[in-house]
Every structure is written in structure tokens, then in C-alpha cells.
Design a protein around this ligand. Structure first.
Ligand code: PHE
Length: 345
């Protein structure tokens, strides 16, 4: 018997098996194949038995060749099993919930801005935004804020190390959203009714109620014969929608350089409805925003058609409104890198 041709036949048999079972197979079928090939009546065994009849000097060569084929076969079987194993795992339990992909969600401050903007858009206000890097002229001068006003001091405003503009003065991070009143009026003819959300910056020491950066929403309306009663009506509607239906408003006289008359607005406490509690410090009222009739000097700074108009403006702190609504005790929670707090909203 020519063992070389037997060996060749064995190699071909293995190649045939590999070809036949290229696709994944039933593990039982695979086991049958394995037993048939390696088993007592299999071709490997037959060839091993044949070794005795081979001349002694050729036995080593035959033995090694048989072993190689046997190893190749076993490796192939193992690969097939591994494939099956993976397949099995994939379909193990199709009823399991899928892996949670965290897509994130809108920050509660963004949600609050969207909610407030929606309330004003329903009343016909347009939405605008403006630069966070402002100029002295828009942040102060055009808003009737005198050069001697304390808010212009370096400890109240972040000035930037840029060469000042010959017209509009130094560059700074805006300390409020009010500069957008002037920027909008410069670009659009009256009537205008606009809402401007955005970030503002003040070099305040950070504590539970202060941050060097926070968000404001500015609103203003300019037209012919706009009166304080219009302002009251608009703010009443806002407070009803944002806080609660039978909310009451209190306008306390105040001073802002860019409005006259000016007021701070309190709402009846949203927790005790005005009876007095720890949140409103037993006063029944909570301060929510500043407002007033746009100062004639501001309209004059814009000039043109605006000289003959009147208007109102208001500005509110988004963090503050959000903290009130959800009883959030500390402003720093909004900016914390540990997002467990923010996930709640
Ligand atoms: N800009 C004022 C502030 O930052 C708020 C305000 C806006 C007051 C508009 C009156 C009118 O405190």
C-alpha cells in the first residue's frame, strides 16, 4: 500500500469537509463529523494503524504528516464551534432590553429658556440673540448709564484686553442683555417686539445664589403710545403661564438708568400663594424681574423714527426663575460637572 497516496486522500477528505461545512452547522452534525473523522473507524485511525507496515525509516515522516492533518482538523472543528457559540449568544434572549445608549438631553436652563421664549412668542414677540463680547457703547453709554455709574467699574464688569474701538469704546463681556435693545432698534424700524435670551457675565464671587456667568432674558416692545399698562398686561400673562394661574404681581418702584419709570416685579409666592413661608421669607412675595418704560435717552441714542415712540423693557434671570419653579437651592448645581443632578430634568 502506498501510504503517500493514502495521505493525499486524507488531505483531500479534510479539504472536502471544510468545503461541505463552510456555512455554520448544527452542533450535533459537527460532533458527528468529528467522531467520523477521528473515531475508531475513521480515516486517521486507519492510517495510524498502517504505520506499522511502513518501512521504519519512513514512519516518522508519516506520523508527523498524520499529526498535522489531525491538528488542522481539530483547529477547524474548534473554529466552527466558536462561530456557533457566538451565534448562540447573539440570540440568547431577544426579550432583553437593548443596551442603553445615553443620548443626553437639554440642560434645564435651555429647557427653561425655551419655555419662556415660547410664552412670549405666542404673544407675538420675535426671537433674537446677540454678542456676548459687547462694547461699552451698547452695554452702557447708549443705555443712559453714565461713566460714573458703579456697574462700569472694573470690579463689576469683565473688560477684555483688546484695543478699544474709537466709536464704541472698550470691549467687555456683556453684563446684561439690555444692549440688544439698542442693537435691534438700530437695525429694525418700529414697531418692534423682541425677546433676547443669552449669557451675561459679572465678576461676582460664586455662592449659592451668585455666579460669574448666568442667563438672562430681555424683552422689549416699542411702538406708538406704548404705556405702562401694556407692560403690566404682558408680564401678567407671562407670570400666569410660567408660574401659576391666579398669581398676583406687585410692581415696586426701582431705579434703572435705561428705564423711567422703573420697577422691580414680585410675584405672590408660588409655594404659599402669598400666605408666608420660608421660601418667601414670610413676606408672601418673591422678586422675579426688573422692568420699566424705555428711557427717552435710550430712544434718542438710536434716533430717527424712534424719537417719537415709546416702549417698555424687562429683564429676568433664567437661573433664578428656574430655581424658584423647581425649588433648586444652589445655582452651582446648574454648572456642576457631576450631571446626576441635571439628569432629573
Ligand atoms: N438689565 C437689567 C439688569 O441686568 C434688567 C432690566 C432689563 C431692567 C430691562 C429693566 C429693563 O439688572
Amino acid at each position: 500500500m502506498d501510504w503517500r497516496s493514502e495521505l493525499k486522500a486524507l488531505e483531500e477528505a479534510l479539504a472536502e469537509l471544510k468545503e461541505k461545512y463552510r456555512q455554520a452547522v448544527d452542533p450535533n452534525v459537527l460532533e458527528e463529523v468529528r467522531v467520523k473523522f477521528l473515531g475508531r473507524k475513521g480515516p486517521i485511525k486507519a492510517l495510524l494503524n498502517f504505520i506499522r507496515e511502513v518501512p521504519p525509516h519512513e514512519r516518522r515522516e508519516l506520523g508527523r504528516a498524520i499529526n498535522e492533518i489531525k491538528n488542522a482538523f481539530e483547529t477547524w472543528i474548534q473554529e466552527k464551534r466558536d462561530q456557533l457559540g457566538e451565534k448562540e449568544e447573539e440570540i440568547k434572549d431577544p426579550t432583553l432590553p437593548s443596551r442603553q445608549n445615553s443620548l443626553g438631553h437639554k440642560h434645564i436652563i435651555s429647557q427653561t429658556i425655551a419655555e419662556i421664549v415660547d410664552i412670549f412668542r405666542e404673544m407675538g414677540f420675535a426671537l433674537a440673540d446677540g454678542p456676548e463680547i459687547e462694547q461699552e457703547y451698547y452695554n452702557f453709554t447708549a443705555l443712559n448709564i453714565d461713566v460714573t455709574h458703579p456697574s462700569r467699574e472694573a470690579f463689576d464688569t469683565f473688560y477684555l484686553n483688546l484695543p478699544p474701538d474709537s466709536d464704541k469704546g472698550k470691549y467687555l463681556l456683556r453684563s446684561h442683555t439690555s444692549p440688544m435693545q439698542v442693537r435691534i432698534m438700530e437695525r429694525f424700524s418700529p414697531p418692534v417686539a423682541v425677546i433676547v435670551p443669552g449669557r451675561v457675565y459679572r465678576p461676582d464671587a460664586v455662592d449659592a445664589s451668585h455666579s460669574f456667568m448666568f442667563h438672562q432674558i430681555e424683552g422689549f416692545l416699542v411702538d406708538t403710545d406704548v404705556r405702562f399698562s401694556h407692560l403690566k398686561g404682558i408680564l401678567m400673562e407671562f407670570a400666569r403661564k410660567y408660574f401659576y394661574d391666579d398669581v398676583r404681581l406687585r410692581f415696586r418702584p426701582h431705579y434703572f438708568p435705561f428705564t423711567e419709570p422703573s420697577a422691580e416685579v414680585d410675584i405672590s409666592c408660588l409655594f404659599c400663594k402669598g400666605k408666608g413661608c420660608s421660601v418667601c421669607k414670610y413676606s408672601g412675595w418673591i422678586e422675579v424681574l426688573g422692568c420699566g418704560m424705555i428711557h427717552p435717552n435710550v430712544l434718542a441714542a438710536v434716533g430717527g423714527e424712534y424719537m417719537a415712540k415709546t416702549g417698555f423693557a424687562f429683564g429676568m434671570g433664567v437661573e433664578r426663575l428656574c430655581m424658584l419653579k423647581y425649588r433648586i437651592p444652589d445655582i452651582r448645581l446648574f454648572y456642576n460637572a457631576d450631571v446626576r443632578f441635571l439628569r432629573q430634568f
